[in-house]
Design a protein around this ligand. Structure first.
Ligand code: MEV
Length: 311
């Protein structure tokens, strides 16, 4: 084993969270400006250092790092290096449990770092297969979307179980991303939605309805129709709220952003807390929406411009 470094980044879901678990499509964007790095160096002890967890690999099994610890143990078995010591360091700009893909981004960077440490080739399919080891532990029934996006270079059209397709983004406009400062656990949100749609046929009908809005959103993106896209985003937010995954704070953020000039807004990710996104036409309106969200207590905001996705 030699020193190995792996990178990944945040993700946001433009449209389609939750419905994607039930094989509806989703549109997802890598946010490459919000970065995560994993570094693995040969060392006497199996030691991990991150903002989630610091300590030995053995005791990580009982921590929020349990999924990553299991992944790491399986990777070491695969490389026949179980007895080998290492130090793993995770440096992350992603706030955890805010719908930005922190756990998947950690898995992606760790897998890349371990493969680099053993000098092995890593295909995209193998990367995503490995990431499902920890994502299954953390999320129970993940669509695989978080891992696909935190390791991707371009916006994606994502359908569970299929190869994601790169997507065209408009040349204008962008998103203001705002963190409510409240944790939202994906596993909990996904399980709650499952219970609700099983118990109520009207709520179950929202899943294909959200899927249809995602398909319409793809047409808007292809035609640079930001006004219609914004309306679809707000409609999807209202449906996610009916599914029980919004919160008072998320609803307030959506309302504030729309009043400040956003074309539409919604929660992003699993909800219950976490982040919201607001669609804006240009930098001037983006700045107004950003300031309005900060004024009502956004923990942190980010600006993401679609032209950055063209790189
Ligand atoms: C989590 O980022 C998105 C969800 O749709 C769950 C999943 O796709 O696995 C809520």
């Amino acid at each position: 084993m030699q020193n190995g470094i792996g990178h990944s980044h945040a993700k946001i879901i433009l449209m389609g969270e939750h419905a994607v678990v039930y094989h509806q499509p989703a549109i997802v964007l890598p946010i490459s400006s919000i970065k995560l790095q994993a570094t693995i160096v040969p060392n006497a002890q199996q030691e991990i250092q991150s903002s989630f967890y610091s300590g030995s690999l053995a005791s990580a099994s009982d921590s929020p790092f349990a999924g990553i610890a299991l992944l790491l143990r399986q990777l070491l078995t695969y490389f026949d290096a179980k007895a080998q010591g290492f130090k793993l360091t995770i440096e992350s700009e992603l706030p955890p449990e805010r719908g930005m893909g922190s756990s998947a981004a950690t898995a992606i960077a760790v897998i890349r770092a371990v493969y680099a440490a053993f000098g092995a080739e890593l295909s995209q399919t193998t990367l995503l297969n490995w990431a499902s080891v920890s994502e299954n532990v953390i999320h129970g029934n993940p669509s695989g979307l978080d891992a696909a996006t935190t390791g991707a270079n371009s916006p994606l059209w994502f359908v569970k179980g299929q190869l994601p397709r790169p997507m065209h983004m408009p040349t204008n406009g962008g998103l203001i991303i705002a963190d409510t400062g409240v944790s939202g656990q994906t596993g909990v949100a996904v399980a709650e939605v499952a219970q609700r749609i099983q118990a109520d046929a009207d709520l179950a009908a929202l899943i294909p309805a959200i899927g249809n809005q995602v398909r319409q959103a793809a047409v808007c993106l292809a035609q640079d129709d930001l006004n219609q896209l914004g309306q679809l985003m707000t409609q999807t937010h209202l449906q996610l709220a009916r599914l029980g995954v919004s919160s008072e704070k998320l609803d307030q953020f959506v309302q504030t952003a729309n009043q400040a000039g956003a074309l539409g807004s919604k929660l992003t990710g699993s909800g219950l807390g976490g982040c919201m996104i607001a669609l804006v036409n240009d930098q001037a309106s983006g700045q107004r929406v950003d300031e309005a969200l900060q004024q009502i207590g956004a923990r942190q905001t980010w600006q993401h411009w679609f032209k950055e996705d063209m790189n």
